[in-house]
Design a protein around this ligand. Structure first.
Ligand code: AMP
Length: 452
C-alpha cells in the first residue's frame, strides 16, 4: 500500500509524503498501477475515497511540462466539484514548477476564460457545457490531449449531460487514455463505459463489494396502514417503495396515504406509458418520497439510493421477497426492509423465520405518530422541449442559476427526453423557478412549462 512501489518520480513521492499521504487508500492501491501503465480504467469510488489523487497522479504522470498545450481534460458534473478537483490537483502538482491547471466551468465569465486560454494550460478541469462551448468556438484545442477523465460519471448521467460529453469526445484524439470514475457502476454507467473506454481495467474497492446491508423487520399488525405510518415516523426514510400484490390495492393505498398527508404515487399496470414515466421520474428525482408498486410494474426499476422497501402484502414466494428487498441497501449504504402481516397470515410467515437475521416484532411496540407528515424535497417542472429542440441540461441549469438567480443546490435531477425535459426544483423556490421559466427564455426560445 506504499506509493513507493509505484513507478513515480522521487519528486512526486516526496511531495506525497509532505502532503501527509503516507499510504495509498484502497482505491489508489487498486487503480494506480493500471492508471500508470496507461490503461483505460473504470473505477467505482466515492468522494472521500481518495479518488481524485487516484486519477490526478496518473494525469500528472502523463504530463510533459515543457509542452505548453492542453494534455489532460477532467470533466466534473458541477462547478463545486471541479473546484475541489482543481485544488487537489494543484496540491499534487507542487512537485514541479509551472504546471498550469485551468478551470472552465459554467457560471463564470466566458471572456475571462478566453483570456486565460490564450495563455495556454496543461490541464483543464471543467463542466461539460462550458467546455463544449469553448471547443465549438475553437478557443480550446484538445488535439494534444493524452488523458481524459470523467469524474462522478453517474451524477453526470443523472444530470442529463450525456450528449455534451459525447460531443466533447468528438474533439479528442482517438489515441488517448480514458479514466472513468463513478460512485456506482450499473445500468447507464456500464453502457457509457463500454462506449468510451477501450479494454478497461475495472476496479472496485473492497468497501464497495460489501453485500447489501439490510435490516429486515417483520411486524405483526391488525392495521397495516397505521403501522406503516408509525414506521415512517420512527425511521424517517428518505424514499420508500411499498409493494402491494394487486394494482387496485396500489392505487387505493396511494390515495389513503395522501389523505394522511403522506405524499405518495402509485405505479401499476393500468398506467399509460407516459403516465408511468411521469411517476418514475418524480420518484427518482425526489418529487415524491413514496412509490406504491406492484411487482410487475416495478420491473426494471432502478433507483440508486433507496432507504426502505416495505412489503404491504406478503410476497407470494421468498424469491420475490429477496428480489423486492434487494433494491435497498446498495453500494455499502444501509437499507431497511419491512414486512407487514396480519394475524391470519401467521402461517405464511413461518418459512421466513429460518433466517436469524430477521426480526419479528409486534406493531403495538411502535410509538404513536401524531401529526406526522411526509413532504417531497423537490417539485418537478416539465418543459415542453427536449433533445429534438437541442435543449440540454446545461441550458436549463444556466437559465435557472443565471438570470433566475437560483442556487445550484436548489436544482435537482434533470431528465431530458425527445420532446420534454423534467427538472426537479426545491420546494421553497418553485414559484420563482416556474415564473422565470414561464415568462423568460431558455436558449433564446420560449417553452411551455407546467408542474407535475
Ligand atoms: P477525494 O476522495 O479525492 O475527495 O479525497 C478525499 C481526501 O483524502 C482529500 O482531502 C485528499 O486530500 C485526501 N487523500 C487522498 N489520498 C490520500 C492518501 N493516500 N492519504 C491520506 N489522505 C489522502
Amino acid at each position: 500500500m506504499n506509493f513507493s512501489k509505484l513507478p513515480l518520480t522521487q519528486a512526486m513521492l516526496t511531495n506525497l509524503d509532505t502532503l501527509g499521504y503516507k499510504k495509498m487508500t484502497p482505491i489508489q492501491d487498486a487503480a494506480l498501477p493500471a492508471v500508470l501503465e496507461g490503461k483505460d480504467v473504470m473505477a467505482e469510488a466515492k468522494t472521500g475515497s481518495g479518488k481524485t489523487a487516484a486519477f490526478g497522479i496518473g494525469v500528472l504522470h502523463n504530463l510533459d511540462v515543457k509542452k505548453f498545450r492542453v494534455q489532460s481534460l477532467i470533466l466534473c458534473p458541477t462547478r463545486e466539484l471541479a473546484d475541489q478537483v482543481a485544488k487537489e490537483l494543484r496540491r499534487l502538482a507542487r512537485f514541479a514548477h509551472n504546471i498550469k491547471i485551468l478551470m472552465l466551468t459554467g457560471g463564470e465569465s466566458f471572456g475571462k476564460q478566453l483570456g486565460s486560454l490564450s495563455h495556454q494550460a496543461h490541464i483543464v478541469v471543467g463542466t461539460p457545457g462550458r467546455v463544449l462551448k469553448h471547443l465549438n468556438k475553437e478557443s480550446l484545442d484538445l488535439s494534444n490531449l493524452n488523458t481524459f477523465v470523467l469524474d462522478e460519471a453517474d451524477r453526470m448521467l443523472d444530470m442529463g449531460f450525456i450528449e455534451e460529453i459525447e460531443s466533447v469526445l468528438s474533439f479528442m484524439p482517438k489515441e488517448r487514455q480514458t479514466l472513468l470514475f463513478s460512485a456506482t457502476y450499473d445500468g447507464e454507467v456500464k453502457k457509457v463505459a463500454k462506449e468510451f473506454l477501450r479494454e478497461p481495467v475495472i476496479v472496485k474497492t473492497t468497501a464497495d463489494e460489501l453485500p447489501n446491508e439490510i435490516e429486515e423487520i417483520f411486524y405483526a399488525c391488525s392495521d397495516k396502514l397505521n403501522t406503516f405510518v408509525k414506521i415512517l415516523a420512527q425511521k424517517k426514510p428518505k424514499n420508500v417503495i411499498i409493494f402491494t400484490n394487486t394494482k387496485l390495492e396500489a392505487k387505493e393505498l396511494a390515495e389513503k396515504l395522501i389523505e394522511k398527508k403522506i405524499d405518495a404515487l402509485a405505479i401499476h399496470g393500468d398506467l399509460e406509458q407516459y403516465e408511468r414515466n411521469d411517476v418514475l421520474v418524480q420518484f427518482a428525482n425526489g418529487s415524491t418520497p413514496i412509490l406504491v408498486a406492484t411487482d410487475v410494474a416495478a420491473r426494471g426499476l432502478d433507483i440508486k439510493e433507496l432507504s426502505m422497501v416495505v412489503n404491504y402484502d406478503l410476497p407470494h414466494t421468498e424469491e420475490t421477497y429477496t428480489h423486492r428487498i434487494g433494491r435497498t441497501g446498495r453500494a455499502g449504504a444501509k437499507g431497511i426492509a419491512i414486512t407487514l402481516y396480519s394475524t391470519y397470515e401467521m402461517e405464511k410467515v413461518e418459512p421466513y423465520k429460518s433466517s436469524e437475521k430477521r426480526l419479528f416484532l409486534e406493531a403495538d411496540t411502535l410509538p404513536e405518530a401524531k401529526g406526522f407528515e411526509m413532504k417531497p424535497e423537490f417539485v418537478t417542472l416539465v418543459i415542453e422541449g427536449g433533445k429534438k429542440d437541442k435543449l440540454r441540461a446545461g441550458d436549463i441549469l444556466g437559465a435557472l442559476t443565471g438570470e433566475a438567480g437560483l442556487q445550484g443546490k436548489s436544482i435537482g435531477k434533470i431528465d431530458i427526453y425527445d420532446k420534454q425535459a423534467y427538472v426537479a426544483i426545491a420546494g421553497d423556490v418553485i414559484d420563482r423557478a416556474y415564473k422565470y421559466l414561464k415568462d423568460g427564455k431558455i436558449k433564446n426560445r420560449k417553452f411551455s412549462i407546467w408542474q407535475l
